[in-house]
Design a protein around this ligand. Structure first.
Ligand code: URA
Length: 254
């Protein structure tokens, strides 16, 4: 039987799941699992926690990616080795456009590749683009749940501080090549910063897998650099609801 090293999973544990919900935070996995049928802990190793269960009688898996591209690439590759072909990333984000409010959600159509891992899957000219059907289902599900959703391009950075042009880091320094970068992304109609979608979208598009990403807004960078901790549970509830409805839609349309 096929098994994978980092996730500590095998085909039996995955139980035929073809669809995965992939939050960054391992602690978020158990929370999401409360909203699926028969949610059960399957494995925990390093940053990767997995629960399995069912949505509309269809097997699904929830696995955390950890923060950033490298661990995301391992999570997605190993789940794909075990038969998963559709990935729904749920996370938190910093909006960079003034009109986006805390508590809104952002559905990414594509990502600016400010990561490193995506370049191990495809050259720089290759787009980090989300799957159209997964993205449409995410948007419709956000609306169905009464949430304000913004659809557009995300800047996906390996670093939380320098790559997202934050000055409240240890050194309080942003290297010259990244100074002014937030202004540029704003001018180029990028909506937000997060840290995993560039790797996820590039590797999935390149390998014939499907991926989408929805993120809850916990800071608006036109106002402050610091995420609002009180927004975390709201963001988590919103992205959980959207991911479950999205999977129901995808199952119905099969
Ligand atoms: N996640 C990010 O990557 N950036 C933010 O500003 C908030 C969450």
């Amino acid at each position: 039987m096929k098994s994978v090293y980092h996730l500590d999973l095998d085909e039996k544990k995955v139980n035929g799941a073809k669809i995965a919900i992939i939050p960054g935070d391992p602690a978020r996995v158990a929370h999401i699992a409360k909203f699926i049928d028969d949610g059960k802990h399957a494995a925990t190793k390093r940053e990767f926690t997995s629960y399995t269960g069912f949505i509309s009688n269809t097997p699904v898996i929830i696995t955390s990616t950890g923060i950033g591209g490298p661990s995301t690439s391992i999570c997605v590759d190993e789940l794909a080795q075990l038969g998963v072909n559709t990935f729904i990333r749920v996370g938190t984000t910093g909006a960079i456009q003034e009109h986006i409010n805390l508590g809104d959600v952002i559905v990414s159509t594509a990502s600016v590749r400010l990561d490193g891992a995506s370049f191990h899957f495809a050259p720089p000219e290759y787009p980090a683009v989300a799957d159209f059907h997964v993205t449409s289902a995410l948007l419709e599900s956000a609306k169905e749940n009464g949430l304000k959703a913004h659809l557009g391009i995300t800047a996906s950075s390996d670093t939380f501080y320098q790559g997202q042009e934050r000055y409240d880091s240890y050194s309080q320094y942003v290297p010259r090549n990244l100074q002014g970068s937030m202004k540029e992304w704003q001018k180029l109609n990028v909506l937000n910063y997060e840290m995993e979608s560039a790797t996820l979208f590039t590797m999935c598009a390149a390998m014939g897998l499907k991926a989408g990403c929805v993120a809850g807004v916990i800071v608006n960078r036109t106002k402050t650099e610091t995420p609002d901790k009180t927004m975390l549970s709201r963001a988590e509830d919103n992205i959980t609801k959207i991911s479950i409805s999205t999977i129901k839609r995808l199952i119905e349309k099969r």
